[in-house]
Design a protein around this ligand. Structure first.
Ligand SMILES: *Cc1c(COP(=O)(O)O)cnc(C)c1O
Length: 370
């Protein structure tokens, strides 16, 4: 039986194990286990890689989004526009700062924020827009930025799935006022634990973020702001520095696999493959297909030892936890259709060309009559 896992974090670890072990040992030897030199270097290197002036490392992507909103001045009573088709953390981060998430539908081709839907959602309370670079595809930032400028709104990118993705030649993380990245293990750049980072080109935001993540202090025990414990661990910083050196290559491999899927599945009946917006480099955190009956396809693939995922089965506005937002089924038809039809195929840099072919072949077989 073929066996293609949905994701394989261990084979990547085996490839780089000696370097990882050396980096962990280096940290343990220093006696500095939280923040410290490795984290500071990682911040500099990561920000440099996406062409942002500053990087502030955090304990998770969720903290990165939350503190980015706070540093940007979002406060209780404000509204922040985002999308219902995302991981729940995008919406949660907005609520953590006391603001109200206002949702707009996504574009039917790219599954990212539909710029044409934004204007109608702007009210006098709107403070920020948070586009999500979903699955690794940059949101359509030019029109979003234009609308934000016109209304004086902050733009915070949810770049949790978009390490090294580019939009008209510029990297995600340097397209808005602030951006939040996640280094959750399964993300394109993953820690061996939790991690996140905010990028910004604004020195004042950078300074505020450094205080917010460390109890609001600039000097020890001089608490200038009401802050948080959102610091990155030194071991994660050291590990991420090692992995960052491979990220460009891993991203190229993801794009090669996606290209291969495209060639093999573009004309497959009943299957919609991801659209890649012109001028953008999608980094394929996820390789999503849309099909009418995803449970049948998943069963067919699983029977052959092929793993799949669903990102995400429910748009945020229909979730029980967010009933208080008072949206209803039918409010965001595109997000609802994608959530109902999406199936994520195996996608990771170490996946071989043969494995990709096996998966695509199985999808074609299923489409032909299973
Ligand atoms: C992973 C993710 C987050 C949250 O990141 P964590 O590091 O898990 O806290 C936020 N938004 C999106 C779109 C994500 O995929």
């Amino acid at each position: 039986m073929t066996n293609v896992p949905f994701l394989d974090l261990k084979s990547q670890y085996w490839e780089i194990k000696p370097e990882i072990m050396a980096s962990i040992e280096r940290v343990l030897d220093t006696g500095q286990y939280v923040l410290g030199a490795e984290v500071a270097e990682f911040e500099r290197e990561f920000a440099g890689r996406v062409n942002a002036a500053h990087g502030v490392a955090m304990n998770s992507g969720t903290s990165a989004l939350q503190l980015a909103l706070l540093a940007g001045g979002v406060s209780p009573g404000d509204e922040v526009i985002t999308v219902p088709l995302t991981f729940v953390a995008s919406v949660a981060a907005i609520e953590y700062v006391g603001a109200r998430p206002v949702l707009v539908d996504v574009d039917s081709r790219t599954y990212t924020m539909d710029p044409e839907a934004i204007e109608a959602a702007v009210t006098p309370k709107t403070k920020a827009i948070m586009p999500v670079h979903l699955y690794g595809q940059p949101a359509d930032m030019d029109p979003i930025t234009e609308i934000a400028k016109r209304h004086g709104l902050l733009v915070v990118e949810d770049a949790a799935q978009a390490h090294l993705a580019t939009y008209n030649g510029r990297s995600c993380g340097a397209l808005g006022d602030l951006a939040g990245f996640s280094f959750y293990p399964g993300k394109n750049l993953g820690a061996y634990g939790e991690g996140g980072l905010v990028t910004t080109n604004d020195a004042a935001y950078d300074r505020t973020l450094r205080m917010l993540r460390d109890w609001g202090q600039e000097k020890k025990y001089e608490h200038v702001l009401k802050g948080f414990n959102a610091r990155m661990e030194a071991i994660q910083g050291a590990i991420l520095r090692v992995k960052l050196r491979y990220l460009e290559n891993w991203t190229r491999l993801r794009r090669e696999r996606a290209h291969q899927y495209r060639l093999l599945l573009a004309d497959c009946p009943g299957v919609t493959i991801p659209y890649e917006r012109a001028g953008c480099e999608h980094v394929y955190h996820i390789y999503p297909l849309l099909v009418e009956d995803r449970e049948k396809l998943r069963k067919y693939l699983h029977a052959q030892g092929i793993g799949t995922g669903i990102h995400y089965p429910y748009p945020v506005h229909v979730l029980e936890a967010y009933r208080d937002l008072e949206y209803r089924t039918g409010d965001f038809p595109v997000a609802e259709r994608v959530a109902a039809q999406v199936v994520s195929l195996p996608m990771f840099p170490e996946m071989t060309s043969d494995q990709t072919e096996t998966v695509a072949h199985a999808v074609r077989e299923w489409a032909a009559g299973a």
